[in-house]
Design a protein around this ligand. Structure first.
Ligand SMILES: Cc1cc2nc3c(=O)[nH]c(=O)nc-3n(C[C@H](O)[C@H](O)[C@H](O)COP(=O)(O)OP(=O)(O)OC[C@H]3O[C@@H](n4cnc5c(N)ncnc54)[C@H](O)[C@@H]3O)c2cc1C
Length: 403
């Protein structure tokens, strides 16, 4: 059966179906990045040889290592896309992509600088004042200033527009009251962008009256309490504001424009290689473990399928990096990468459990059992953090005009 959209002339190759706004133009990495990739690999090899860290899963969430971040800063691998007048390196999104990809693939401890480098820098460039850029960007590029994300609240996760943290106008600034939750790294970070209500809720426009404040986390009136992970590790937090004064100089962008600003920040948060590489060290370890085995055709097909999917996701994620480099705002395709990528991360774990039956051991210091344990224990968060898959599918459906 054919229809007008799929019929082709015999012998010709049908063009791939294009959904407007869903998949940006394909991108090939320029030749110049090969040298950069080699440099990062050599640095990683030296660090591993020196025993500086052990490769782990999901290190952009849990691998907090300030020494490592400052080493990257010294090599010019943070703030790569930030202009040089703000202490950055004026390089492209694709070069940044290569560095990020190499570090994640190696299971390197990148959590300390992660949020600042990924989304705070670009947001400051887009919405920040000159003073804010000068205050934060050079330290971010050196790997010395760390940020968290202050979006979610006890009753506001998927429905972010319902946040209840409130900032009231006072002399010279704003007085902040409320609670944020699941705040990754807030107990180490210097600051976060808090999404707060600055004018009462308007039932005709739920997104109006929201603003972003840059909250320095050592201000009086802030209490940070741990929320332990399944592993018992202290990664995320509850952050309570009790009449915290935030000066006017720490308003990000425009009062009332918080929703617009936060959604553009989320494109940076959702599209990167971390959305399909959290379990990559496990995939590599799995391939190593079973390479010597005589696998039956079905298992070989399953493994081949996983690797092929990894390459497809990488193509898609790279095309988004290309779109970001071209100054586009690929929110829709970022949502697709995050949905498909986080499901892929979980399938790597399923494959690891089925194909190589070593039980996960959270007490192991390193190796396959440890990687599998980390992956299993972190897996519940993959499809939640940064917006759940159900929410992402809603974004895609709306973007395509399907609802
Ligand atoms: C590891 C990890 C790190 C995190 N770090 C941070 C951080 O640093 N800063 C921060 O602000 N937040 C952070 N979060 C919070 C994260 O953004 C929220 O967990 C997420 O947005 C979901 O919100 P929720 O947990 O309140 O779930 P809910 O919104 O209550 O959702 C519960 C379930 O209902 C479904 N659901 C909700 N609404 C709909 C709908 N309209 N249609 C269909 N299904 C729906 C969801 O998909 C989900 O399955 C982190 C979360 C995790 C797991």
């Amino acid at each position: 059966m054919t229809d007008s959209a799929t019929a082709t002339t015999a012998g010709s190759t049908p063009p791939p179906p294009r959904l407007p706004g869903l998949v940006p133009a394909p991108v090939d990495l320029p030749g110049r990045v090969a040298g950069l990739r080699a440099e990062v690999r050599s640095f990683v090899a030296d660090e591993l040889a020196a025993g500086a860290w052990t490769p782990r899963e999901d290190t952009w969430l849990s691998g907090w290592d300030e020494r490592f971040s400052t080493e990257l800063g010294k090599r010019g691998w943070l703030g790569m896309t930030v202009p040089t007048e703000y202490g950055g390196h004026g390089r492209g999104a694709l070069e940044r992509y290569v560095v990020t990809e190499e570090l994640l693939a190696a299971g390197a401890p990148v959590a300390a600088h992660w949020v600042a480098d990924r989304q705070i820098g670009p947001s400051l460039l887009r919405f920040g004042t000159e003073e804010q850029r000068q205050a934060f960007l050079p330290g971010i590029a050196r790997g010395e200033i760390y940020f968290g994300i202050g979006m979610s609240e006890p009753d506001s996760g998927s429905d972010l527009a319902s946040v209840r943290s409130r900032a009231d106008r006072v002399d010279g600034g704003w007085e902040l009251t409320g609670t944020k939750v699941w705040t990754s790294g807030a107990h180490h970070a210097h600051a976060f962008f808090a999404l707060v209500r600055t004018s009462p809720k308007d039932d005709t426009d739920r997104h109006a009256g929201l603003s972003q404040l840059i909250v320095e986390l050592d201000r009086p009136g802030i209490t940070i309490r741990p929320i332990p992970l399944l592993t018992g590790a202290h990664h995320f937090n509850e952050v309570v504001f009790d009449k915290v004064f935030v000066p006017d100089t720490r308003v990000l962008g425009e009062i009332g424009q918080g929703w617009h600003q936060v959604t553009s920040e989320l494109a940076f948060e959702r599209s990167g290689p971390e959305r399909y590489l959290s379990t990559f060290p496990l995939l590599v370890a799995l391939l190593r473990e079973i390479s010597a085995q005589d696998l039956d055709a079905g298992r070989r097909r399953d493994l081949g399928g996983l690797v092929a999917r990894y390459w497809t996701l990488r193509r898609l994620s790279l095309s988004i990096a290309g779109a970001l480099e071209a100054g586009e705002a690929p929110e829709l395709s970022a949502a697709v990468v995050k949905d498909l990528g986080t499901r892929f991360e979980n399938e790597v774990i399923d494959a690891a459990r089925l194909l190589w039956s070593v039980p996960p051991d959270p007490r192991a210091e390193a190796g396959y059992a440890r990687l599998l344990a980390d992956a299993v224990l972190h897996a519940p968060g993959f499809t939640l953090r940064g917006g759940t898959n159900e929410i992402l599918r809603g974004i895609v459906a709306r973007g395509l005009g399907l609802r």
